[in-house]
Design a protein around this ligand. Structure first.
Ligand SMILES: [Zn+2]
Length: 102
């Protein structure tokens, strides 16, 4: 599955998106995933977006973010031990809020 960076992604309804899966059509023969290049280097956000689009491919790109999508997304996150990477829950390196004096 080709993945490319996009300058920006605008959905048909006018909303912006961080990433999108394009299943291909008569104009664009090849299916690919595009990710907003503003996320480039912002690990792990770009990977999270990629994973998100890959889940869309698996459950079917037209099925939106229903229960099936959420279940599968959660499954792959768990399979990746994503929470250990500090992406979901707090990690040891999480910034501490210092209320300080004054
Ligand atoms: Zn989505």
């Amino acid at each position: 599955m080709p993945v490319c960076w996009a300058k920006s992604i605008t959905l048909p309804d006018g909303h912006r998106a961080n990433a999108i899966y394009l299943p291909g059509d008569s104009l664009v023969k090849h299916r690919y995933i595009a990710i907003d290049d503003q996320l480039s280097g912002m690990f792990p956000l770009e990977r999270l977006c990629l994973l998100h689009e890959m889940v869309h491919i698996k459950v079917g790109p037209d099925n939106g973010h229903g229960e099936e999508f959420i279940t599968e997304f959660r499954r792959v996150l768990d399979a990746n031990k994503w929470e250990v990477m500090g992406c979901i829950d707090s990690s040891p390196e999480a910034p501490k809020i210092n209320e300080g004096a004054g």
